[in-house]
Design a protein. Structure first.
Length: 157
């Protein structure tokens, strides 16, 4: 059984993946262009992998319905609404709590997704100040935290 404290710590560490990616991008500016295609590939593969793991570990009809909705979101997300995909990963984070192994794997996958997102965010906004980059990234992705915390709070009732 995963405790609330463990879940909250894992959520914070997972969310920090965005800022670790941003931090790494500060020091690897020359490699960003070469690595961008791999970051994009990671962002396309990780949500699918997380969904497959949910289906394999949980085998539940509700999970299947969530997978269908998530897959439809995935199909439409690689445009203007890409940030919705990261927010939807909060739901996968929450559902993964049903199985400790699944939870650890999906938390790691979401962290890696955040690394790629933070790096790509820096690549697209290099001309902004570090402070603006930090707050801009937080402002764009804080709903991930809100969604996960609300789902966690509801589960405790």
């Amino acid at each position: 059984m995963i405790t609330t404290i463990q879940t909250t710590l894992a959520l914070i560490i997972t969310f920090l993946g965005l800022f670790v990616g941003l931090f790494i991008a500060f020091f690897t500016k020359e490699e960003l262009k070469q690595g961008a295609r791999y970051f994009i590939l990671l962002q396309r593969v990780i949500p699918i992998l997380a969904l497959v793991l949910l289906a394999v570990f949980l085998r539940n009809i509700y999970v299947f319905l969530i997978i269908i909705v998530f897959f439809l979101l995935y199909l439409f997300a690689f445009g203007r609404y890409k940030k919705l995909l990261y927010w939807a990963l909060a739901v996968i984070f929450f559902i993964s709590m049903a199985n400790q192994t699944l939870f650890l794997i999906n938390a790691l996958l979401i962290f890696i997704y955040g690394l790629a997102e933070g790096s790509l965010y820096y690549s697209a906004n290099q001309k902004r100040s570090k402070k603006d980059l930090f707050f801009g990234l937080f402002k764009q992705h804080y709903p991930f935290l809100v969604i996960a915390l609300v789902l966690l709070a509801i589960s405790l009732l």
